[in-house]
Design a protein. Structure first.
Length: 71
């Protein structure tokens, strides 16, 4: 399947399916990134130490940015 065909398929997705695809593409971009792995390790260590994200932190990470994919 060509990139053009993929883009045409994406055009036909509903908003919920596009959001799932967006999340998957972000996952693919990050999965082998050492800096991202280090950040995840730090966050997990903080959770184990009893420090959790605030509601504002969660909302900021869940809300799509105006410029594209969420980070």
């Amino acid at each position: 399947m060509s990139l053009t065909e993929v883009m045409q398929e994406v055009d036909s997705l509903n908003p919920e399916e596009r959001l799932k695809l967006q999340s998957y593409l972000v996952h693919l971009r990050r999965k082998d990134d050492p800096a991202h792995r280090d950040e995840l390790k730090q966050r997990i260590d903080q959770i184990h130490a009893g420090r959790f994200a605030t509601e504002a932190d969660l909302l900021r990470h869940l809300k799509p940015s105006a410029g594209g994919a969420t980070e």
